[in-house]
Write a protein that binds this ligand. Sequence first.
Ligand code: DGY
Length: 322
Amino acid sequence: MSKPFIYITRKLPKSVVEPFESNYTIEMWPEEEKPVEREVLLEKAQQADALVTMLSDRIDSEIFEQQTNLKVIANLAVGYDNIDLGAAEDANVIVTNTPDVLTDTTADLTFGLLVSTARRLMEAERYVKNNAWENWAPLLMAGQDVHHKTIGIVGMGRIGEAVAKRATGFEMEILYHNRSRKIEAEEKLAATYVGFEELLERSDFVVCLTPLTEETRGMFNKDAFERMKDSAIFVNASRGALVDEGALYEAIEQHVIAGAGLDVFQNEPISSDHPLLRFDQVVATPHIGSASEETRKTMMTLCLENIQRVMNEEEAKTPVTR
Ligand code: DGY
């Protein structure tokens, strides 16, 4: 009997894939940085028993139209807004993601973005490296304090809680907004549940960690930015489409808010001439929330373990439910 076929839409390290090669035929898109071509994805989806997909792959109904063997799609991310779950369900294909294993790594990056934006770290680094530093000055590269300020977390899932935990070390007041209240987090982290508008109005740092859905798409719009303090810093480590980037641009340009730390964008990769990137007050990173070597390799292994489970007719470790 031939081995089940797994197609991986990006080149992953040999050390991660090798342990699975005795039981599966594994093929990978040969590029690490370039996404799989659409025609190749469509062709492989027809042939494969399982796919490992990236958040940059659009997995829509077309993928499922002619598939014959596909049983599972393991997405290398906690977010799965790139996958049409309804179409997968109709095609009887199980979808899995990679929660938990990336929580702390993503929270570290989120808090790092917050601190970098508040304390102008990237701007200060450019200043030193561009040889602009001639003298020490009392207000040279003076930013904003983080400690003892108010953080407002929109989306108090696992990553939201891990960010709140980090904020306790900075003795911050923690506000959060979520679909449902998180009583345990409130007790453990002294976090206070507030409405979205109150959170925007009271927070010094507004941190977006909510998943992208049809309800949350574009929720950070002109009205949201106008409700924030003029000293507020907005941080987004979830998905770019949660934000109206035109409204964010205007808010920073017109000093409606003070700045933004952004790991995600409406179109990724963001073009280097995007107006938001002109601001010193914007710190931008290339969607690297979970990108530590350890965590990314753990996520890759989890994808393959999920596939293995489904192939063995066991329940996936981390299935996505609608
Ligand atoms: C995810 O896994 O959804 C994150 O965006 C990765 O950084």
